[in-house]
Write a protein that binds this ligand. Sequence first.
Ligand code: G4P
Length: 534
Amino acid sequence: MLDTLSNRPDLPAEIARRRTFAIISHPDAGKTTLTEKFLLYGGAIQMAGQVRAKGEARRTRSDFMQMEKDRGISVSASAMSFDFGRFRFNLVDTPGHSDFSEDTYRTLTAVDAAVMVIDGAKGVESQTQKLFEVCRLRDLPILTFCNKMDREARDTFEIIDEIQQNLAIDVTPASWPIGMGRDFVGCYDMLNNRLELMDRADRNKVAESIKIDGLDDPKLAQHVPANLIAKLREEIEMARELLPALDPQSVLEGHMTPIWFGSAINSFGVKELMDGIGTYGPEPQVQKATPRAIAPEETAVTGFVFKVQANMDPKHRDRVAFVRLASGHFKRGMKLTHVRSKKPITVSAPVLFLAADRELAEEAWAGDIIGIPNHGQLRIGDTLTEGEALRVTGIPSFAPELLQQARAGDPMKAKHLGKALMQFAEEGAAKVFKPAFGSGFIVGVVGALQFEVLASRIELEYGLPVRFEGSQFTSARWVSGDKLAVEKFTAANKQHIAHDNDGDIVYLTRLQWDIDRVARDYPDVTLTATKEMM
Ligand code: G4P
């Protein structure tokens, strides 16, 4: 393990010990199980099973929707903080389903690293690949956990090769599995020359760790069957010859991923992975902003909203803005400037997402995630600061890929529906467009499942039945350009014009042809598929 807390000895220790990361995986690879073990070792829960226990009153923050439980997908992201050794881990949960890619993308703007979980039998699956590509856009360091080694898994070299080929990243083994499936006995820790032995009798027992002096140590024979020793020696010799050695700098730059093998359900390999996150995962990083970047050690507190969750507690119509602190030492009651409105906000009741419960945050540091309850002032992409008016950049909003017309089940409630939709738009759960012509709302999403989730939430949280019906439009583009040209364009294309929930003008399209036509006929007007949230 590293002697210092991070590569930046100049950072205040409280910042240097923070590790803010997300887990990316394909559904069923074991993300929930691994999260649970993280929390168990982080002392955040007392007993395994608490995170997923069905029918229990206490649910994880990400599990609060019935629908999510039914479908086994994670609809909304949440954050959990816990200590592990000298480190403070902030685990930000990513929605697992591909329909929620925009939410996921924004969640990943709030972390400094990602843990990629793959199933040892299935390798790199489609959703892992997609999420990996998002991480790559930001050069996020990735640590890999190959799970379910207690079952029949693929050959170790094959797994490593697949990651290297499919994801174009160097893979270095941090541990090496010994045996597989029924014969799996544990791993050889390649970084510390240790044997880690799995206890099949007790799933919650942490693996026994035996220090050995290399692969020729006679102690090996006391713990590992002879046929497996020969194979292990041969494989490790090959691995050392064929695979790159661990290069911490390359890991930090996102070019190399260390891989640990284990079995989350058997608590095996998890501690080693957590040690790895502490040692190789980065401390809070510099945040891109305009007019200048923000360094974590700056004394003035700055943070940005990457997620808004409405109605976390159905009894109180509160909204919580999830804020990633980019710099400084935050204290409860602090007055921060809301950069977009230039208004001061006194943060008197911040929430720190300690895994077991919401708790008031007395203080927090750069790297932490805090929740700020509010009545709608705080939107995704907003920056809060104690110092100069900086604005965090790189939090995009994407054009929706599916559009539908929203209709209130009860026509008398159309106005209420509008309000509910706007709230979901501000949460980032959907795009809501108010057409310039005609009545009603057009709702845009990235994946069809989002319509179902929205309808169920609107009914559950607002008691409003809603129907989504086909619309003649298929996508939307934000409109910008010379003021006069935009005015002329909108006046001539009223049937296609709408406003999003920020009041920005959008052009609703039916076919690519519409977009091409605008490019041809209105050279001074620009249509864009993404909008920077601010
Ligand atoms: P996810 O959040 O990535 O979707 O995966 P989750 O942790 O829910 O795990 C998916 C399934 O894989 C679960 O089984 C879980 O128990 C199992 N699993 C997780 N880690 C391991 C492991 O190391 N070895 C083995 N053999 N299985 C593992 P399930 O039957 O779907 O759910 P449950 O009935 O166990 O709750």
